[in-house]
Design a protein around this ligand. Structure first.
Ligand SMILES: Nc1nc2c(ncn2[C@@H]2O[C@H](COP(=O)(O)OP(=O)(O)O)[C@@H](O)[C@H]2O)c(=O)[nH]1
Ligand SMILES: [Mg+2]
Length: 720
C-alpha cells in the first residue's frame, strides 16, 4: 500500500441508532475500495467490523472497529461505532481521532432516539456530521418522514443532496441535486449508470438545487454575492460552501443509501473525499492540543507525535495498539517515547487496519490511523512522541460511570484470577471502573449500563471460563454529629501484673468550614473553658475533616499521651459508632483527664479516648449521611411525567427542568442508595428513549425513617 499524506486521508466515524446499518455500510465501503472481494453480512457473522464472538452472538457491534478503504487514490479510515448508549465510551475515543461523523439513519424507523443520542455526542464533542438515510430498500422506508424527524431534532441544519426516486423493494435510483444527475443501479454490487434527471423530476430537483446553493452560500461572502448575482452556484462553488458549512458544524448534507445493496456508497465516499473535513481542514474547534496548550497540526515535516485511542488484548497476538499519527511521519522500527512513562517504545511493525485484517505498511504519515503490536507499557490516552519532542496530547475525557454494582467470582478460589481479568477489562475499556472498597468490603464495578456489564460477564465466561455474579452494592454512608456533647472515660485495670490507667475528658462538636475557634462550652449547666495549647486538623481520606484540640490544664495528661488519644478517636472515626461507617466533620477538644504515676501508658489512653469519643458521639445528635448524586436526565417530553414520578419515588430533589427540541432536560439530586439499576428502569419507562448522566455531588443527612432502618440493620448484623 502506498503511504498517504494528510491531504489524501479522511477519517470518518459511523454513528447512529443500533441496527441503522453502519456495519453493513462500512462493509460496502471496504468492498468498493477493493479491501475485500465479497461483502460479508451481519447474519453471516462475517463482516470486517463485527469480528468478535460476542458480536456474532448478539448480531450487534459492541466495540468500535477501525477499517480503511482506498478510493479515488485516497484513503478513508472508517471507525464503525456501536449504536447502543451503553458503549458510548467508544464514541468518545472514535471522535477523538475521527474528523467527521457520518450519521446513519434507518429509513424504515424514521428518526430514532439512538440517532438523537449519538448526534448529541457529536455536538458535545464539537464534531461535524454528514447524514445518510439508509435502508431505503426496506418495505417501510420513508425518506421524507426520517428527514422531518431529523430536522426537528438536529442542531445542525440538514440539507438534501440526494433523494430517492422510488423507495422500498424497488429502490434502485436516486437524484443527486449537487451533480444534477440521476444515479441508477443495475445490480447489488454498486454498478451504476449516470443519467439525466427525468422530466417529471426536474422541477423538484431544481428547487432542491436552489436550496442547496443557498445553504452553501451562507458561509462565504464571495459566494453569497455570486449567488445573488447569478441566482445559482456551480458545483464547485457549492462544494466549497458546503466544505465551510460542514466544518463549522452548521449544516449536515443528506445522502441516500442502501448499504446492503451497495446503492449510494460510492457517491457518499466521493463526497467525503471531496468535501468532508479531514486532517488538514482548519475547523473552529482546535483538534489536537498538547497538555501545554500547543495546537498540533498534521505537518509531516515536524517531529512525530502519535496518540493512542484504543488498546486491546487479542489471544495469540497480545496487545494491539491503535493510534492516529497526529504530526510527523513514522516508519516501521521507529523508536518513540511514551510521554507518560518516559520509556522508549519500538514500533517494529506498522499496520493499516481493516477490522480483523491488518495490512503491513512501511510508513504512516500525519493524519493517518493505524496500529502496532507488542508494545510494552502503552495504553489508551498515551502519547508516543519523537525522542526529544516532549509532547503530550490532551487525553480523551471519558464519560462518568452511571451504573454501579458489586461483583464476585462464583467460585471462591477464583478471586485473584478475577482481579486480574477485571484489570484487563478496565484497560481495554476505560469506561469500566473496578475498585475493591476496603470500606464496603466489596469489589465495586462501574460502567455505562447493565447491558455493558452483562457483556463483560458473558465475555469472561466464554473467553476465560470465569463465572461471575453481580449483586447490589453497599452504600458508602458516613456518620456525623449535630450538636455539642461531652464525655469522660476512665480506663483502669489494676488486678495482677502491670496495671493500666488513663482518663480522658472531651467535648465534641460538629465541624463546619469557617467555624470560630472554641473558647467556652456550656453543657448541662457545666461550664468548660477552653485554653488552646495545640491544634491539629486532618483532611480525612474518606472526605470531611477532623479537628483535634489540646486544652489540658495543669498537666492533667502528659503531652506524650496526646498521639495515643488521637489514635483512639481515629479508631472510631474509621468505624463510626452508629453503623460502622466512616465518621466525618467533627471537632474534638480534650480538656481534662487523669494519669497514674505508674500504670498510665499509651494503650490505656487510647482505650479511654476511644470509649469517651463513642459516648460523646452517641449524645451529640448523631446522624447518618449518604452520598447524593447530581443526575441529569434527557427524556422525550411525552415521557417526562413518568420519569419525574419515578424519580420522586427515589427521594429525588428536582433542581430544574428545561426543554430542548422535543427533549426535556431534568436535573435532580438523588441519593445513590436509590439509583441501583436506574438505567434499566429508565430504559423500560421510556422504551430506551432517554439517557442520563450522574456525578457525585455531596454527602447529606438521611431522613429519620431511613436512619432508623439503617440503625436497625446494623444492630441486627452486630448481634449476629
Ligand atoms: N434492507 C436492508 N437491510 C439492511 C441495510 N443495512 C443493514 N441492514 C440490516 O440491518 C441489520 C442491522 O445492520 P447493521 O449493519 O448491523 O447495523 P448497525 O447496528 O448500525 O451496525 C442487519 O440485519 C442488516 O442486514 C440496508 O441497507 N437495507
Ligand atoms: Mg454495527
Amino acid at each position: 500500500m502506498k503511504n498517504y499524506s494528510a491531504k489524501e486521508i479522511k477519517n470518518i466515524v459511523l454513528i447512529g441508532a443500533s441496527g441503522s446499518g453502519k456495519t453493513t455500510l462500512a462493509e460496502a465501503m471496504a468492498y468498493e475500495g477493493k479491501v475485500i472481494e465479497r461483502r460479508g453480512t451481519i447474519e453471516g457473522c462475517n463482516t470486517l467490523s463485527d469480528n468478535t464472538d460476542i458480536e456474532h452472538e448478539y448480531k450487534r457491534s459492541i466495540y468500535a472497529t477501525t477499517l480503511f478503504t482506498e478510493f479515488m487514490g485516497r484513503k478513508l479510515n472508517i471507525i464503525d461505532c456501536p449504536g447502543s448508549d451503553d458503549f458510548c465510551g467508544s464514541l468518545y475515543s472514535a471522535f477523538k481521532v475521527g474528523d467527521v461523523g457520518v450519521l446513519v439513519m434507518n429509513a424504515n424507523n424514521g428518526w430514532e432516539v439512538g440517532g438523537e443520542i449519538n448526534l448529541r455526542y457529536s455536538r458535545n464533542l464539537n464534531k461535524p456530521v454528514i447524514g445518510v438515510i439508509n435502508q431505503l430498500d426496506g418495505d417501510k422506508a420513508n425518506f421524507e418522514a426520517t428527514l422531518e424527524g431529523l430536522k426537528a431534532a438536529a442542531h445542525v441544519r440538514p440539507v438534501v443532496v440526494q433523494y430517492p426516486v422510488e423507495q422500498g423493494a424497488g429502490f434502485k435510483a436516486f437524484i443527486d441535486v449537487l451533480m444534477m444527475k440521476m444515479y441508477r443501479f443495475t445490480d447489488e454490487n454498486g454498478t451504476r449508470e449516470e443519467l439525466d434527471i427525468p422530466e417529471d423530476q426536474l422541477e423538484y430537483a431544481q428547487t432542491l438545487n436552489q436550496e442547496l446553493s443557498e445553504a452553501a452560500a451562507v458561509y462565504d461572502d464571495a459566494l453569497m454575492e455570486l449567488y445573488f448575482e447569478k441566482g445559482a452556484l456551480t458545483q464547485d462553488d457549492i462544494r466549497s460552501g458546503l466544505k465551510l458549512g460542514v466544518a463549522n458544524r452548521e449544516i449536515m448534507p443528506i445522502f441516500c443509501c442502501s448499504g446492503k445493496r451497495d446503492i449510494g456508497t460510492k457517491r457518499l465516499m466521493e463526497f467525503i473525499i471531496n468535501v468532508a473535513p479531514g486532517p488538514t481542514t482548519p475547523t473552529v474547534a482546535p483538534k489536537f492540543v498538547s497538555t501545554e496548550g500547543e495546537e498540533l497540526v498534521a505537518d509531516e515535516t515536524q517531529p512525530a507525535v502519535v496518540f493512542v485511542f484504543k488498546s486491546q488484548i487479542e489471544q495469540h497476538i497480545g496487545e494491539i495498539t491503535y493510534f492516529r499519527v497526529i504530526r510527523g511521519k513514522i516508519a516501521e522500527g521507529v523508536e518513540l517515547v511514551n510521554s507518560r512513562t518516559g520509556n522508549k517504545e519500538k514500533l517494529s511493525q506498522l499496520f493499516a487496519v481493516a477490522g480483523k485484517n491488518r495490512v503491513k505498511v512501511s510508513e504512516l504519515s500525519a493524519g493517518d490511523i493505524g496500529c502496532t503490536v507488542k508494545l510494552k507499557g502503552t495504553r489508551t490516552n498515551d502519547t508516543l512522541a519523537a525522542v526529544g519532542a516532549h509532547v503530550k496530547v490532551e487525553p480523551i475525557e471519558f464519560p462518568e460511570p452511571r451504573y454501579r454494582c458489586a461483583v464476585k467470582a462464583k467460585e471462591q478460589g477464583d478471586e485473584e484470577k478475577l482481579g486480574k481479568l477485571l484489570n484487563d477489562a478496565k484497560y481495554e475499556d476505560p469506561t469500566i471502573l473496578v475498585e475493591y472498597s476496603k470500606e464496603l468490603k466489596q469489589t465495586i464495578i462501574q460502567g455505562q449500563g447493565e447491558h455493558h456489564l452483562n457483556i463483560l460477564k458473558s465475555r469472561l465466561s466464554q473467553e476465560n471460563k470465569m463465572e461471575i455474579e453481580f449483586f447490589a452494592p453497599k452504600i458508602p454512608y458516613r456518620e456525623t454529629i449535630t450538636k455539642v456533647a461531652q464525655a469522660d472515660y476512665r480506663h483502669k485495670k489494676q488486678s495482677g501484673g502491670a496495671g493500666q490507667f488513663g482518663e480522658v475528658h472531651m467535648v465534641i462538636e460538629p465541624y463546619y468550614e469557617g467555624m470560630p475557634e472554641p473558647s467556652k462550652y456550656k453543657i448541662g449547666g457545666k461550664e468548660i473553658n477552653v485554653n488552646i495549647k495545640g491544634k491539629e486538623e486532618y483532611d480525612l481520606d474518606w472526605g470531611g475533616k477532623l479537628q483535634y484540640y489540646n486544652s489540658i490544664v495543669g498537666g492533667a495528661i502528659d503531652a506524650r499521651f496526646m498521639p495515643a488519644i488521637l489514635k483512639g478517636i481515629m479508631e472510631k472515626m474509621d468505624e463510626g459508632p452508629l453503623t460502622g461507617s466512616y465518621a466525618r466533620d467533627i471537632r474534638v477538644v480534650i480538656y481534662d483527664g487523669k494519669m497514674h504515676p505508674v500504670d498510665s501508658n499509651e494503650i490505656s489512653f487510647k482505650l479511654a479516648a476511644c470509649n469517651a469519643f463513642k459516648d460523646a458521639f452517641r449524645n451529640a445528635g448523631p446522624k447518618i449521611m449518604e452520598p447524593i448524586y447530581d443526575v441529569e436526565v434527557l427524556v422525550p417530553s411525552d415521557k417526562m411525567g413518568d420519569v419525574m414520578s419515578d424519580l420522586q419515588n427515589r427521594r429525588a430533589m428536582i433542581m430544574g427542568m428545561n426543554s430542548d427540541k422535543g427533549f426535556d432536560r431534568l436535573n435532580a439530586r438523588v441519593p445513590l442508595a436509590e439509583l441501583y439499576r436506574y438505567s434499566t428502569t429508565l430504559s423500560s419507562l421510556t422504551n430506551g428513549r432517554a439517557t442520563y448522566t450522574m456525578k457525585f455531588g455531596s454527602y447529606e443527612q438521611v431522613p429519620a425513617d431511613v436512619q432508623d432502618k439503617l440503625l436497625k440493620a446494623y444492630t441486627d448484623t452486630d448481634e449476629e
